[in-house]
Design a protein around this ligand. Structure first.
Ligand SMILES: *Cc1c(COP(=O)(O)O)cnc(C)c1O
Length: 367
């Protein structure tokens, strides 16, 4: 079977994702952990990731009813949380049918839950805005909203949740403030709590509570700019790799690619890899962004094209067409590529485009 006319692929290391999930559990041993698999598991293939974790995961978290149904239809029976709840009251019928758990982050959603007539009891996570100021009930509104849901005959379990704006800045007072606001909102209410994304799992033990919500760490990228000790045990879960499709020698003064952004200042061997911005490689990657050829780190030179990437092979006399090029993975950290390109690994992973085949270490992902 021909998967792709190009040598480009994203290899997905499901064993690394399992390792990273176990690390999240080990770091917060008294909490259960919802594996966040929204956005096709950050580009890693939601169904395959969920299957790899299903026997151990306390549950999964997704961004929409559609993402949840994809998992249910592939046989995933673990609890599934809709991180933004439902977007319209009619979706509660799907929540009911597929046994999903909803976030309730606003008064409209609260009313939809109360006026629903589900066939079974609904579980809800009440989201409090402790300072992110995106979604969530005002802290002062939590008590009354909780009381209405707790009194509702078709509502079963409740969890209080919130989300941090700056957990990736270890020790930052804003996260302490959010923790305090959350505490105050819950005052006197006995309820399970969930606050921690990956950064908080790794750097904010006070935030672990009853349920954690690891996302990016499952995929092996640290959420921090600087080194944080616990993050060194993460294993990269995606290797974006391609091959050289051209090797040529240029003279000093010759320019490479669109706009002539890179001009050779010495005799330069230039390789072309079959990958470009249409595959999700960041077009803004500057000269010097790391890339590996046959396991050796070099740099990109010249502007990223739609389907091609030019790189510096000077000194690699043995480089040939067909040689393996790693864009990110175990040799080149996705965070280093992201930082060079003024973005984050989250965007690189979720931006890998549909024409790039996802290949699990053991099998091809999807159809
Ligand atoms: C996406 C998301 C997470 C996971 O965040 P990471 O930084 O990837 O760990 C956790 N909680 C909520 C509400 C989210 O939307």
């Amino acid at each position: 079977m021909i998967n792709s006319a190009r040598p480009l692929r994203a290899r997905i290391h499901l064993d690394a994702i399992l390792h990273n999930y176990r690390l999240a559990k080990r770091l917060a041993p008294s909490a259960r952990a919802l594996a966040v698999v929204k956005a096709n598991a950050y580009g890693h293939g939601a169904v395959e990731v969920a299957r790899a974790l299903a026997s151990e995961a306390d549950g999964f978290a997704v961004a929409s009813v559609g993402e949840a149904l994809e998992l249910r239809e592939s046989g995933i029976a673990n609890p599934i949380l809709l991180l933004e709840g439902v977007f319209a009251p009619k979706e509660i019928a799907v929540v009911d049918r597929a046994a999903l758990t909803m976030v309730v982050h606003c008064h409209e959603q609260l009313d939809w839950v109360l006026s629903a007539r589900p066939s079974r009891l609904l579980d809800c996570w009440i989201k409090i805005d402790s300072g992110m100021h995106r979604v969530g009930l005002a802290p002062e509104a939590f008590g009354a909203s909780h009381a209405r849901l707790a009194a509702c005959p078709h509502v079963a379990r409740l969890v209080a949740m919130s989300h941090f704006a700056r957990a990736d800045e270890p020790g930052h007072p804003y996260t302490r403030m959010q923790l305090a606001v959350f505490e105050r909102a819950l005052d006197g209410v006995s309820i399970d709590a969930s606050l921690a994304n990956s950064a908080a799992i790794l750097a904010w033990p006070d935030a672990h509570r009853d349920w954690t919500r690891p996302g990016i760490m499952l995929y092996g990228a640290s959420p921090f700019v600087d080194d944080v000790p616990a993050a060194t045990d993460l294993r990269p879960a995606m290797t974006l790799e391609s091959a050289l499709i051209s090797v040529r020698d240029l003279a000093p003064g010759e320019a490479v690619g669109y706009g002539g952004r890179f001009v050779c200042d010495r005799p330069t061997r230039v390789g072309v890899a079959a990958v470009g911005y249409a595959d999700g490689y960041p077009r803004h990657a500057p000269d010097g962004t790391p890339v590996a050829v046959k396991g050796r780190i070099t740099r990109i030179i010249g502007r990223v094209s739609m389907d091609m990437l030019t790189l510096d092979l000077t000194g690699m006399d043995d480089a040939r067409i067909g040689d393996r090029v790693e864009l990110w993975g175990k040799t080149v950290s996705a965070n280093d590529v992201a930082q060079a390109s003024d973005t984050i690994a989250y965007q690189l992973f979720t931006g890998v485009s549909r024409r790039v085949p996802l290949i699990a270490d053991s099998a091809r992902i999807g159809s």
